[in-house]
Design a protein around this ligand. Structure first.
Ligand code: AMP
Ligand code: MG
Length: 539
C-alpha cells in the first residue's frame, strides 16, 4: 500500500477569515469588470510551464513554520508559483480603489496579486499569503496580471532588507521564475521587450489598504464599508474592541488615530534610511502602517531631498524624498474622508490628523538625535544643529548612508584638532571631495566644531556612542545599482547575487568585513543608468 507522506506544507493551517466574514463577488468567471458591493472576487492563479525557485527567505519561512527541507521541495516551488494548492487555500483578489498621483482613479484592486489565504502559525499569528504576478483577475483592467523578473527581484529583496532594517513592511517568502515570457515596454517609449516572468509570494498580517475603504465610500456602499472597518478592527486591532464587543464612533476614531501614528512612524523610518517609496498612492498605503508595493522605489545615494526614482513622476516630483511626510498626511486625509460616513463629525478627524503632525515631529527629532548619537536632546538647543546639517548635506554630493555611518568615527574628545584632522573620518562620504570648495569645507568644519562641542557636554564614551549610532545608521542598504547588478545576473540564469544580497541585507547594521564592496558609494557608471537611478512603473 502506498502511504502519501504529509509534508510540512500540508500542515499549514488556513483560517481565511477575510473570505469567511466579508462579502464576495457573486460572479466567479474571471474577466475584467467593475465589482460592486464586494470586498473580493474568487480567482485562480494561472498555471505556468516551468517554475524555478530563485530564492526564499529563511526567516519568513521559519515564521510561517515551513522548514528548510520543505522550502527546497518541488512542492514549495509549485505552491508558491500558483501551480498547486494546499488544502484550505481559497484564492481571491481584493477589490480596492485609490488616488493615483493626487487624482481619484476609481476601482483598481488586485490586478496581478492573488491571495492564497491566511494561515495562523503556532504562535497564533495571522499571515496572509499573496502571489504577485500569478495572472489576470477581474481587476486587471487592460494589463496582463503578470510580473517580470527585474521588478520581482526588487520587491523580494527590498521587503526583506526593510524588515532587517527594523522598518514595518510587508514581507516576501519566495521568488520563483515562471519559465514564461512577458512583454514590457519598460520606459513606455515604443520599445517593448520580452522579459522573464516571475512570481513573488508576499506575506503580511493584512493587505488591506487605504483604498480598500475609499472604494466603498466612493460608491455609496456604506454597509460594506462598515463591514470592512469592523472586520479590520476586530482582526488587526483587537485591543480597540471594548468589553461589550460593540464598535462605535469612538472606536472608529481611536482606530483612525492609531493609523495616523503608525503611518507617521513608518515614514520616519523611511527618512532615517533614505528610502523613497516612489508611488505613495492611496492604494499603496497599508492600513497597518507597513511599507507596501515595492515598485519604482529607490534609496538615496547622495543626499538629495528632491530626488525621486520614479520617471513617471519626474516633472512634478510629488513623491520625492522630502515630501513623503506631507504626502502620508494627504493620504490619511483621504482615508478620513472614506471613514467619515461612519462618524459624521469632522472635529475628531481633525484632531487625529494633528496627532499625525505632532507624532511625526516628535519621532523625527528623536530619530535625528539618534542618528547624530545624542543621548538627550531638546528642540530649542539642538534643532539648529539638525537644520544646519540638513542645509549643508544637499549642497555637495555626499553619500547619506556613508556619512552617518562614518560620523560615529568623529573624534569629539580632542578639542585641539586641525580642520583637516576633524573632517578626515568623513572624507570618503563625498562623491568628489577634491571638488569641494574651501568655503563649503570651512562651513562644514564649523558645523563639526559645534557638533563635537555638543557631544562633549554628554556623558558618553566614543565606543558607547559609536555602538549606539551603529544601531540606527545602517552600513548596508539595498542600493539601486546593487539590485540592478543582481537582476542582470539573474536574467542570465545566475541567482547567486540575489541570494548574496539577501544575506548581506539581513545584517545591515553589522560590519561584515568581507562584504565591504556592498557598502560602497554608487559607482559613476550607475549615476544615470536605467534601473539604477531611474525606474518606471512598468513591472
Ligand atoms: P501599482 O502601481 O503597482 O500600485 O498598481 C496600480 C494598479 O494597477 C493595481 O490595481 C495593480 O494591481 C494594477 N496593476 C499593475 N500592474 C499590473 C499588471 N501587470 N497586470 C494587471 N494589473 C496591474
Ligand atoms: Mg499598488
Amino acid at each position: 500500500m502506498h502511504v502519501k507522506t504529509i509534508s510540512g506544507l500540508d500542515k499549514l493551517i488556513f483560517d481565511n477569515r477575510f473570505v469567511k466574514e466579508l462579502p464576495a463577488d457573486l460572479e466567479t468567471k474571471n474577466y475584467r469588470r467593475q465589482v460592486m458591493k464586494s470586498c473580493y472576487s474568487y480567482v485562480l492563479p494561472a498555471q505556468v510551464k516551468e517554475p524555478t525557485l530563485v530564492a526564499y527567505s529563511k526567516e519568513m519561512a521559519k515564521e510561517l513554520g515551513i522548514s528548510h527541507d520543505d522550502c527546497s521541495s518541488k512542492q514549495f516551488t509549485n505552491v508558491f508559483v500558483g501551480n498547486e494548492f494546499l488544502s484550505g487555500m481559497k484564492p481571491y483578489a481584493m477589490c480596492y480603489g485609490g488616488h493615483q498621483f493626487g487624482n481619484w482613479a476609481g476601482q483598481l484592486g488586485d490586478g496581478r496579486a492573488i491571495n492564497l489565504g491566511e494561515i495562523v502559525n503556532q504562535r497564533e499569528q495571522r499571515w496572509a499569503l499573496q502571489l504577485k504576478g500569478a495572472g489576470a483577475t477581474p481587476y486587471s483592467r487592460n494589463a496582463d496580471g503578470l510580473a517580470v523578473l527585474r521588478s520581482s527581484v526588487r520587491e523580494f529583496l527590498c521587503s526583506e532588507a526593510m524588515f532587517h532594517l527594523g522598518i514595518p513592511t510587508t514581507r516576501a517568502l519566495s521568488l520563483v521564475l515562471t519559465g514564461e515570457h512577458v512583454v514590457r515596454d519598460m520606459f513606455y517609449n515604443g520599445n517593448p521587450q520580452t522579459e522573464r516572468g516571475a512570481v513573488v509570494c508576499r506575506v503580511a498580517p493584512s493587505f488591506i489598504r487605504f483604498g480598500s475603504f475609499q472604494i466603498f465610500t466612493s460608491r455609496g456602499e456604506i454597509d460594506v464599508l462598515r463591514q470592512l472597518v469592523d472586520f479590520t478592527i476586530r482582526t488587526d486591532f483587537p485591543h480597540l474592541v471594548k468589553n461589550d464587543l460593540k464598535l462605535d464612533k469612538q472606536s472608529y476614531i481611536e482606530w483612525f488615530t492609531e493609523i495616523c501614528t503608525t503611518t507617521a512612524e513608518m515614514v520616519v523610518h523611511w527618512q532615517r534610511v533614505g528610502f523613497v517609496h516612489g508611488v505613495m498612492n492611496t492604494d499603496n498605503m497599508s492600513i497597518l502602517g507597513l511599507t507596501i508595493d515595492y515598485g519604482p522605489y529607490g534609496w538615496l545615494d547622495d543626499y538629495d531631498p528632491d530626488w525621486t526614482p520614479n520617471t513617471t513622476d519626474a516633472d512634478e516630483r510629488r513623491y520625492r524624498y522630502s515630501q513623503q511626510p506631507e504626502i502620508a498626511l494627504w493620504n490619511l486625509l483621504q482615508l478620513a474622508n472614506a471613514i467619515y460616513p461612519l462618524v459624521e463629525e469632522e472635529d475628531p478627524f481633525q484632531r487625529a490628523l494633528t496627532t499625525y503632525n505632532q507624532h511625526f515631529n516628535q519621532e523625527w527629532q528623536s530619530m535625528m538625535a539618534q542618528k547624530l548619537g545624542l543621548k538627550q536632546f531638546s528642540v530649542e538647543n539642538d534643532g539648529g544643529l539638525f537644520k544646519e546639517l540638513l542645509t549643508l548635506l544637499p549642497e555637495v554630493e555626499i553619500d547619506m548612508t556613508i556619512f552617518y555611518r562614518k560620523l560615529a568615527n568623529i573624534n569629539f574628545q580632542n578639542e585641539g584638532l586641525t580642520d583637516k584632522q576633524l573632517i578626515e573620518p568623513l572624507v570618503d562620504a563625498w562623491y568628489r571631495f577634491e571638488a569641494v570648495s574651501d568655503d563649503y569645507q570651512s562651513r562644514f568644519v564649523n558645523w563639526l566644531r559645534k557638533y563635537t562641542e555638543r557631544l562633549r557636554n554628554e556623558d558618553a564614551s566614543p565606543e558607547e556612542r559609536k555602538k549606539r549610532m551603529n544601531t540606527v545608521n545602517p552600513k548596508y542598504i539595498l542600493r539601486n545599482y546593487l539590485s540592478q547588478l543582481a537582476i542582470d545576473k539573474a536574467d542570465k540564469g545566475d541567482f547567486s547575487m540575489v541570494n548574496e544580497l539577501l544575506e548581506v541585507m539581513s545584517f545591515p547594521y553589522d560590519e561584515q568585513l568581507e562584504k565591504e564592496e556592498y557598502a560602497k558609494k554608487r559607482p559613476d557608471w550607475a549615476r544615470n543608468k536605467a534601473g539604477c537611478s531611474q525606474l518606471s512603473c512598468s513591472s
